[in-house]
Design a protein around this ligand. Structure first.
Ligand SMILES: NC(=O)c1ccc[n+]([C@@H]2O[C@H](COP(=O)([O-])OP(=O)(O)OC[C@H]3O[C@@H](n4cnc5c(N)ncnc54)[C@H](O)[C@@H]3O)[C@@H](O)[C@H]2O)c1
Length: 356
């Protein structure tokens, strides 16, 4: 079984049934803890029976089942869960298990980190996106209206268990969504990985992706180990997200949510175009990124009028300082640079480019 660690968190890769999960929960560290599983209704229907029958240590766990989707990554839902935790008389020594996609690991981590000033939690990510990115690194949080992840805290899970078996039930569109974050890891940190990804179709054998998932997590782990609280280097992981989050938040506010990875994919293309305009990246590299994104991701259903509503959302990006929008851009495939000031005209051009 492959493992990686950062801070106090251990990430184990491979079949959960061979991962020591049950022994861990039965060990003195957690044996006396009440266990609460937070999941969404899709994962509950598909995997909960398998989960609780496979691991005696969770057979008595309380299960909190939430409605699925980004529109439910909100304070109201947290409040219901905190109330349920109070009803179950959950205390500091108890354990939350987040079993689901990025919405569940983000929100479940936030719920755990804030209830009674912090409970331990374990992530078992079940989407490609949460396996390669969301479940690792300690960013937890929820959305505030159209503003993504505006409320949150840094809090690491004790363990993350990554089992690609869960991907066998994931819809194709969600596999493509997760793949966007893998492309991002290649673009910001590893040109060879980016090249390898060109030959991969995540929809063909999702359970066979475990080695590629490992490489993505390795890249993310290296960055968050060096800069856990995003003072510098970690901002590179936000490549594609300044524009991507604004697009995602806009669609969410129109009751037309799109998968996170699709927003990030087009955000990466817009931000690559800005990198080109600023003379940071050469044309041939830009052309390669352009071809890859357009081949893999259906065009966003946005109009020029929509862009006028998307632009103000950029002003609330978490990386901004003193009202200046700060971007992470590319200097080549495999290398990123953060804290880049960009003009309103360059943003306009980047957004118009992805509509063309
Ligand atoms: N914390 C971080 O560092 C970080 C990084 C990247 C993204 N994120 C966040 O992650 C979220 C997106 O994550 P996501 O794409 O996993 O979304 P998600 O959790 O909404 O999952 C996508 C869909 O897949 C379903 N699903 C989950 N597992 C399944 C399975 N095994 N089989 C079938 N269906 C399954 C879910 O019910 C949902 O409908 C966003 O909120 C984003 O902001 C966080």
């Amino acid at each position: 079984m492959d493992t990686l660690t950062y801070n106090q968190c251990e990430i184990r890769f491979g079949n959960l049934k061979d991962s020591g999960f049950n022994d861990l929960l039965a060990s003195p560290r957690y044996a006396q803890s009440k266990k609460i599983i937070i999941t969404d209704s899709n994962v509950f229907d598909l995997w909960m029976e398998d989960f609780i029958t496979s691991f005696p240590a969770v057979s008595e766990a309380e299960i909190i089942q939430l409605p699925p989707g980004e529109e439910n990554k909100v304070l109201d839902i947290c409040q219901h869960v905190w109330e349920a935790l109070s009803e179950y008389e959950i205390g500091r020594g108890d354990l939350i298990i987040n079993f689901g996609g990025g919405v569940i690991t983000d929100m479940g981590g936030f719920i755990a980190a804030t209830f009674k000033r912090g409970l331990s939690f374990i992530n078992i990510p079940t989407t490609l996106l949460s396996q390669v990115d969301a479940s690792v690194g300690g960013k937890t949080g929820i959305d505030l209206g159209p503003f993504k992840n505006q409320i949150g805290v840094f809090a690491d899970p004790d363990f993350v268990f990554i089992d690609s078996r869960y991907l066998t039930t994931l819809p194709d569109v969600e596999l493509d969504s997760g793949f966007a974050e893998m492309l991002k890891h290649g673009l910001i940190a590893d040109a060879e990985y980016w090249n390898d990804l060109q030959a991969i179709n995540p929809k063909l054998i999702p359970a066979g992706l475990i080695k590629t998932i490992y490489r993505s997590v390795e890249i993310k782990r290296q960055i968050v180990t060096e800069d856990h609280l995003e003072k510098g280097l970690r901002k590179n992981l936000n490549f594609g997200h300044t524009i991507g989050h604004a697009i995602e938040g806009f669609c969410l506010s129109k009751d037309a949510a799109i998968p996170h990875g699709f927003a990030v994919a087009w955000g990466m293309l817009a931000e690559s175009f800005i990198s080109l305009q600023k003379g940071l990246i050469i044309q041939t590299m830009f052309d390669e990124i352009n071809k890859t994104i357009r081949k893999r991701y259906t065009k966003l259903n946005l109009t020029e009028n929509d862009l006028e509503e998307i632009k103000p959302l950029l002003l609330n990006d978490k990386k901004n300082v003193g009202g200046v929008i700060s971007f992470t851009l590319l200097t080549e495939i495999g290398k990123a640079v953060h804290n880049q000031e960009v003009t309103a005209e360059q943003i306009d051009a980047g957004l118009c480019f992805i509509l063309s």
